[in-house]
Design a protein around this ligand. Structure first.
Ligand code: HEC
Ligand code: HEC
Length: 313
């Protein structure tokens, strides 16, 4: 009996030491800092560059979809530009993540940061203070030229002073943050500039590296973000929707659509009120951009929804 009590006592002590050890480690790892290269990207005051940036920000790159409050969606739908003062809450199982104020305000917005700090945040997922971002933004392989245009437009906006609450995490979130979150960077080489035309090649760049069609229209592991299905074969469950297959399989949504139907569907904008697809941004994409995306999707091999990864990434 005595021996049994002794074992019990020591087991208790060991468990306690372990719990304290893990808790302290998790706490210490909340402020982890990361390094990432600073891209050779600088903003410009050239009006043509700013105009190009604006087209990306409110169009294919859909910044407004996340960096404005959701009630802005209806204004946006009417063709008005909304302010990018952030504050939209992603209320996730691990905690609360807020989009940031990306107007040029010098105390609460990107006025505090250099061009290179903003470019690094977008390309390498490392915040200006060295923290790792949760991987919401798909711009890791966006060209230098497009990043410059985007930052040039951000700097040209009217500054809005708005303090954004800090992200906050529950216990599971703190553990995830301490051990699992690392900055996500580009895959392969990033182009300096990409030729803009209405070819399938440009459509691929837009679909994968700017508009993130692939990020939603592919089955993924929702915990790690890893791709588990063929690219564009759909089947990802998002906020009560399942994304349709965009490949050329006969079960694919675009199988019977011609180019004009595709453009018309995008001009119509959001039809299902709760759909997470940023239709109201994409609605503003130019005909040339939409034709490029259409041609690219029509060049894909046919895959059934959820077909496991075989050919592409
Ligand atoms: C799918 C949603 C989403 C889209 C689209 C998006 N962002 Fe973000 N962005 C976020 C979230 C969420 C954060 C905060 C991440 C974090 O705290 O881990 C963020 C952070 C940032 C930051 C860091 C600011 C700071 O103060 O640390 C910048 C700069 C930024 N976004 C710019 C942009 C630009 C420019 C675009 C469009 C080209 C864009 N974002 C599109 C969700 C998005
Ligand atoms: C944030 C996730 C997300 C992104 C990014 C996204 N989609 Fe979607 N898409 C969805 C969801 C969810 C649906 C189903 C609900 C709906 O129809 O709105 C959908 C539906 C569609 C449909 C079918 C519409 C219909 O009326 O039948 C097409 C076509 C489509 N997406 C193409 C694209 C293309 C092309 C891109 C990139 C330019 C893209 N999507 C980017 C989530 C996304």
């Amino acid at each position: 009996m005595k021996r049994f009590l002794k074992i019990l006592k020591w087991t208790g002590i060991i468990i306690l030491v372990l719990i304290v050890g893990v808790t302290v480690t998790v706490m210490l790892r909340q402020e982890l800092k990361f390094d990432g290269p600073y891209p050779e990207v600088a903003s410009s005051k050239d009006s043509a560059v700013i105009a190009r940036g604006k087209e990306l920000v409110f169009g294919p790159a859909h910044c407004a979809d996340c960096h404005s409050l959701q009630n802005a969606d209806s204004l946006f739908n009417l063709g008005q530009n909304v302010e990018l003062s952030g504050g939209y809450l992603f209320d996730m199982p691990i905690g609360k993540i807020y989009t940031k104020n990306i107007t040029p305000d010098s105390t609460t917005g990107i006025g505090r940061y250099t061009d290179k700090e903003i470019a690094r945040a977008l390309r390498y997922g490392v915040g200006p203070d060295g923290s790792a971002f949760f991987d919401f933004m798909p711009f890791h392989n966006t060209s230098d030229e497009d990043l410059s245009a985007i930052i040039s437009y951000l700097r040209a906006q009217k500054p809005v002073k708005k303090e954004i609450p800090k992200n906050s995490f529950n216990t599971v979130g703190k553990v995830v943050k301490a051990f699992l979150i690392k900055p996500v960077g580009p895959a392969g080489e990033v182009p300096v500039s990409v030729k803009r035309d209405s070819t399938a090649e440009y459509g691929k760049y837009l679909s994968v590296n700017v508009a993130n069609c692939s990020g939603c229209h592919t089955r993924r592991d929702l915990m790690t973000g890893e791709y588990t299905g063929e690219l564009f074969a759909g089947g990802l469950e998002l906020e009560g929707f399942v994304t349709p297959n965009l490949t050329t399989d006969s079960s694919g949504r675009l199988f019977t659509w011609d180019q004009q139907q595709f453009i018309t569907r995008f001009r119509e904008g959001k039809k299902l009120e709760k759909s997470p697809m940023p239709w109201n941004s994409f609605k503003r994409m130019s005909d040339a951009d939409l034709i490029a995306v259409y041609k690219y999707l029509k060049s894909l091999k046919p895959y059934k929804t959820g077909q496991p990864l075989i050919a592409s990434k």
